[in-house]
Design a protein around this ligand. Structure first.
Ligand code: ADP
Ligand code: MG
Length: 270
């Protein structure tokens, strides 16, 4: 072995240290002269599901927009595999990072299948027809979102919850490595809320998901990041984060937290 060739164990350690995936490092963002995010760092591990918590207006959507590249940070940096997102080729970032915005809209003439097929755009050459791989990805995404039977329905006939599932299916059809979801369970009934969170948590995809339901967050997220006023208040496992004092401090409500069946269970008190 030469000096230039590290031992196998050393190489594995080096690979671990190399940054993979999406990361926000000390990002701040001014909007209209106000500091909306202030020095926020979020560094998901590969495949992890991170819950982004915090009251309305705490900066969750803004942080997700910085992570997806829709907004650029005023200071700090968002990186993909260690490279600034702003310097990563648009197309390769578009393949890797899928985002579903809060209340995502789309053109009303499209069918559900058309909407889901939009997720394949970053993978296709201009004007090329859908490949077998594209069609398979769309079919799989429709199936996962429970939309196979609605595939040919026109978008404008869908309920709020069905639209939300169609947007999630579009993101899945993209076959991203990083998935950003902004309050995706809002319009869903409880069965689909649980199904969606179970689906997302089970995907081999790094996910950052803004949410309000602390019990769903406790059940399905590996780690939680709590924002207030544009700053990270705390982060860690649901067990460590979701304490009565944190819930009182951040949300201004009294709560009891039970150990629960492998994850904390929160009861709100008046
Ligand atoms: P959250 O998703 O946690 O509710 P947001 O990121 O949407 O929070 O918003 C954080 C703060 O930034 C809020 O006070 C909101 O009013 C403000 N904000 C967000 N976008 C804009 C904008 N385009 N113009 C003015 N204020 C904005
Ligand atoms: Mg929001």
């Amino acid at each position: 072995m030469t000096d230039a060739e590290p031992a196998v164990a050393d190489r594995a350690a080096l690979a671990d240290e190399r940054e993979t995936g999406l990361r926000a490092s000390r990002v701040s963002r001014m909007i209209g002269g106000r500091l909306i995010l202030d020095g926020v760092t979020v560094a998901p591990r590969t495949g992890e599901t991170i819950g982004l918590l915090g009251p309305n207006g705490s900066g969750k959507s803004t942080l997700l927009r910085l992570l997806s590249g829709v907004l650029t940070p005023s200071s700090g940096v968002v990186t993909l595999d260690g490279l600034p997102l702003a310097r990563t080729a648009r197309r390769s970032a578009a393949r890797r990072v899928a985002a579903v915005e809060q209340n995502a809209h789309t053109q009303t003439e499209l069918t559900v299948r058309d909407v889901v097929a939009l997720g394949r755009i970053p993978h296709r050459r201009a004007w090329a027809p859908m490949s077998a791989a594209d069609l398979a990805a769309v079919a799989a995404a429709l199936e996962r979102a429970g939309l196979t039977d609605l595939a040919d329905r026109s978008w404008h006939t869908l309920s709020g919850g069905e639209r939300q599932r169609a947007q999630i299916a579009r993101a899945l059809a993209q076959e991203p490595t990083e998935l950003l979801l902004d309050e995706p369970t809002n319009h869903l009934d409880i069965q689909y809320q649980l199904d969606l969170m179970e689906l997302v948590a089970g995907l081999p995809v790094t996910t950052v998901i803004a949410m309000h339901d602390l019990n769903l967050a406790a059940m399905y997220c590996d780690r939680l990041v709590v924002l207030r006023g544009g700053r990270v208040v705390t982060e860690g496992t649901p067990d460590a984060v979701l304490t009565p004092s944190l819930i009182g401090e951040v949300y201004g409500v009294r709560a009891e937290v039970d150990a629960g069946p492998g994850y904390p269970v929160i009861r709100f008190l008046r």
